[in-house]
Design a protein around this ligand. Sequence first.
Ligand code: THG
Length: 272
Amino acid sequence: MIIIGEKINGSIPAVAKAISEKDADFIRNRVRIQAEANSTYIDVCASVEETIEVETLKWLIDLVQEVTDVPICIDSPSPQACVAAIPFCKKPGLINSVSLEGDKIDLIFPAIADSKWECIALLCDDKGIPNSVERRMEVFEGIMKKAKEYNIDPSHIHIDPLVVTLGTDGEALTTFVECCRQIKAQYPTIHITSGLSNISFGLPARKNINQAFMVLAMNAGMDSAIVDPTNRDMLGMIYATDALLENDEFCLEYIGAYREGLIGPLAKVKQS
Ligand code: THG
């Protein structure tokens, strides 16, 4: 499973405070615990006003790279900010995200073409998030047409089918799963990702819903997720599901994560 650590995000109040107070130790510590929890990428989202977004991304990315060589996932709604942050990264990472909104794709695809950079593509357009599987798949086709035009290999794309809220849309999981199945059938090497926590918005004991979603989505082909890797219950569920889905021969990764104290009872806790 590709784990994109979500904890450096200015929309989390404690992180917003650290950004405004330039508390480098707080940021470095959040990076360290996510790197120790085997993150594949560290997501970096500034969530500040536009005029200071690029400089804030630079500050955050530099701090990540002081602590770890885990690659960066640049998370911004602004395609210009995403492209501007690419040179701050010492190694190729992930852009989060493109979609068919505005001219996003025509700014970002040329910037990552012929490179090892990968990108997340959301299944939405200027009209928002389509309700039906059919309309989401139309957006998907549009994205893949552009990918072909810019010569971007499907294996460099992480499709985010977008999760809606189960409390207001009972079909939230089934829509997501049907998109996963159709996408993987057409492009076996493409990645599918999700920010997932939207699924449980407004419901009690959200962690149960998030974990159940993770298992069912992985079963449908989701192989990447933006999560808190220091959440040991969720991490345990991810490793267990990968083992059950034949993605972990002899359960070596599962056993390794247990031995490192990342999953299982709190005997060898890594403090978050
Ligand atoms: N898809 C894509 N990108 C995304 C999202 C998505 N980026 C942003 C978001 N959704 C994913 N990132 C987060 C980051 C934090 C939280 C949820 C999603 C979150 N954090 C805990 C909280 O606020 O309670 C706090 C964790 C902590 O303290 O570290 O909820 O859907 N492509």
